[in-house]
Design a protein around this ligand. Structure first.
Ligand SMILES: [Zn+2]
Ligand SMILES: [Zn+2]
Length: 361
């Protein structure tokens, strides 16, 4: 039996954890490591609820380790820095996204793509270098290697910055990498949840003509009037889809449920890019002709490197790209999870950790 979470490290910590596959979260005493020479310690003030958290608390991907403290959209204020930390000081506004470590020596790490490092250490529910399990941001404090800490610009509130650290970078990175960040391009966004609404906002900020592709006609008004999309198409309406065939330079598909790709690939121009950022459980079904005719590219993308995450958040601050959030108290988190499962949130829950997480509860 491993050392108990409360005493495995010297610093007391408190958060909310799931204990089993029911996914129900409840108060949890644990501990954090001492601030190492290259570490930044910070007080967590806000943490976004990502759809991954929902999968992880219920072990739906089969790799959850309990007790599990979720949260990889973490924002707060620095309380302590190690002696070799150069980028941060006490009082700085910072955030941590999906990663807290990597090998620093592989090709991906050398290319500032720690997210693709084979030894990447995720923010929660994985084994850290010291053998202990990582705990995420549904907690009062965090300690993280300086390299994985993001500076939050003054123009962004911490609660708005938090969801950018996963949802934001997940859509920003493929738009940049696949050259879909140029003004005037026609960009499609499939699905209008946490990721999709950020994809619309970033693509608009890049100057694209943005079309939302959705199964729900009732999202049209919201997509156009509120999020600023240029047009909206209902994917089940063949006439609407037919009219848009071969018109998209790129499509970002944010949907994690099973859905047909062939009608979406037909919307892409010759040489266009179709990028998956959602993760349906079953393998994709793609007849070869839907990509060889027109030399179309299907690709995938997963979060982004640390350098690009900083670039993304600086861009978001400069261009006023912010997620739409609903701020909740920590004791609402189980209800929030149930609502998230029903897509009943516009568009991201953010837990007000600073004001509502009390160690005595
Ligand atoms: Zn996430
Ligand atoms: Zn590496």
């Amino acid at each position: 039996m491993a050392v108990q979470p409360e005493v495995e490290h010297p610093k007391k910590a408190f958060g909310w954890a799931a204990r089993d596959t029911s996914g129900v979260l409840s108060p949890f005493q644990f501990s954090r490591r001492e601030t190492g020479e290259k570490d930044v310690a910070f007080k967590v003030l806000y943490c976004g609820i990502c759809h991954s958290d929902l999968h992880m608390v219920k072990n739906e991907w089969g790799n959850s380790i309990y007790p599990l403290v979720p949260g990889h959209e973490v924002a707060g204020e620095v309380t302590e820095v190690g002696s070799k930390v150069t980028k941060f000081k006490v009082g700085d506004r910072v955030g941590v996204g999906c990663m807290v470590g990597s090998c620093h020596s592989c090709q991906s790490c050398g290319d500032d793509l720690e997210n693709y490092c084979p030894k990447v250490i995720l923010t929660y529910s994985v084994k850290n270098i010291d053998g202990t399990i990582t705990y995420g941001g549904y907690s009062d404090t965090m300690v993280c290697e300086e390299h994985f800490v993001i500076r939050i610009p003054d123009a962004l509130s911490l609660e708005a910055a938090a969801p950018l650290l996963c949802a934001g970078i997940t859509v920003y990175s493929p738009l940049k990498y696949f050259g879909l960040d140029k003004p005037g391009l026609h960009i499609g966004v499939v699905g209008l949840g946490g990721l999709g609404h950020m994809a619309v906002k970033f693509a608009k900020a890049f100057g694209a003509n943005v079309t939302v592709i959705s199964t729900s006609p009732n999202k049209k008004k919201e997509a156009i009037e509120h999020l600023g999309a240029d047009s909206f198409v209902v994917s089940r309406e063949q006439d609407q889809m037919q009219a848009l065939m071969g018109t998209f330079d790129g499509i970002i598909d944010t949907v994690s449920a099973q859905h047909p790709l062939v009608p979406l690939l037909a919307l892409v121009k010759n040489h266009g890019k179709f990028v998956m950022v959602g993760a349906p459980e079953k393998p994709l079904e793609v007849p070869a002709f839907s990509i060889i005719a027109g030399r179309k590219t299907i690709s995938g993308s997963m979060i982004g490197g640390i350098k690009e995450t900083q670039e993304m958040i600086d861009f978001a601050a400069k261009h006023c790209v912010k997620p739409d959030i609903e701020i909740i108290a920590v004791d609402y988190v189980n209800t929030a999870m149930e609502r998230l499962l029903k897509a009943d949130v516009k568009y991201r829950f953010v837990i007000d950790i600073g004001n509502t997480l009390k160690a005595s509860s």
